[in-house]
Design a protein around this ligand. Structure first.
Ligand SMILES: C[S@@+](CC[C@H](N)C(=O)[O-])C[C@H]1O[C@@H](n2cnc3c(N)ncnc32)[C@H](O)[C@@H]1O
Length: 258
């Protein structure tokens, strides 16, 4: 079953979703010739920022979702190439100056082989720049797991392919060291202030819930989202002003190819 992504829903929290890229992009300096690839480009917002930062470079946004690519193409019809491909199968036609992957590689399994494979696609002195959410410890993820293993829902999710949690920083370090002249790895907790009736469900329904919603009928989706909303309402009690403090933990990697 192919996951269905909803670009408009994903963009609802665009400013908050942009924060990791705000922290990652300024740290990237390219000192070698070559093209740029944005893997799992989604609606193309960051691909455009990448193009604006390096206007003379050929920039390609790569994604497996036709809906995301259609949204990206519509908004940015010129200046950027858009490619439909699965990251796990993707190779660069020639070694790249930058492979950028923000909030996408956690959807791709087997990082033990994927990360070395991606480093092989980078030219000497070029960069692999990655940001992945570390969902495992977070309450929104605990609520997803609780429903996925519940008597009510587990049979319906036999065919769902939720993302695996990424590796820990030390594992990425060991995977990357043979390929990297320099490594910069860090983590950040973002405490987003969310408003509205059910903001956590709204946020997660366009990302972490996608594999589950993709296998449900419309009526089941409604029922599932109601169950999820009830769980997160308890997990995220309102702050004194009625807002919700929503924590995202994210791992960043900038590897310079040796
Ligand atoms: C959370 S969005 C991130 C979009 C964008 N990078 C950003 O930060 O705004 C994840 C994107 O990864 C894409 N994706 C997931 N698995 C993929 C795969 N195996 N190959 C290519 N794209 C994939 C999804 O279609 C989706 O557009």
């Amino acid at each position: 079953m192919t996951a269905t992504w909803y670009p408009d829903l994903y963009l609802r929290y665009a400013a908050y979703r942009a924060r990791p890229a705000d922290d990652l992009l300024p740290r990237l300096t390219l000192s070698v010739h070559g093209d740029i690839y944005d893997l799992g480009c989604g609606p193309g917002t960051l691909t455009k920022r990448i193009k604006d930062k390096w206007p003379a470079r050929r920039v390609t946004g790569v994604d497996s979702s036709p809906d995301m690519l259609a949204s990206a193409r519509k908004k940015f019809p010129t200046g950027i190439e858009w490619q439909k491909a699965d990251i796990s199968q993707w190779t660069a036609p020639k070694p790249a100056a930058l492979i950028f992957a923000n909030a996408s590689l956690h959807w791709v399994p087997h990082h033990e082989t994927l990360i070395p494979h991606l480093m092989r696609q980078v030219t000497q002195g070029g960069l692999l720049a990655v940001q992945v959410p570390l969902s495992g410890p977070q309450l929104y993820h605990t609520c997803i797991e609780a429903l996925a293993s519940s008597d009510k829902w587990k049979a319906r999710f036999q065919g769902a392919h939720p993302h695996a949690d990424p590796l820990v920083a030390s594992a990425y370090y060991d995977l990357l060291t043979p390929f990297a002249a320099h490594l910069d790895i860090w983590e950040t907790h973002y405490h987003h202030v969310l408003e509205g009736d059910d903001p956590v469900t709204e946020w997660i329904s366009s990302t972490g819930l996608v594999p589950f919603l993709s296998v449900l009928t419309d009526a089941e989706k409604h029922d599932y989202l109601a169950d999820y909303s009830a769980l997160v309402a308890k997990a995220y009690p309102r702050q004194s002003d009625g807002k919700v403090l929503f924590t995202m933990q994210r791992l960043f990697i900038i590897a310079t190819k040796n």
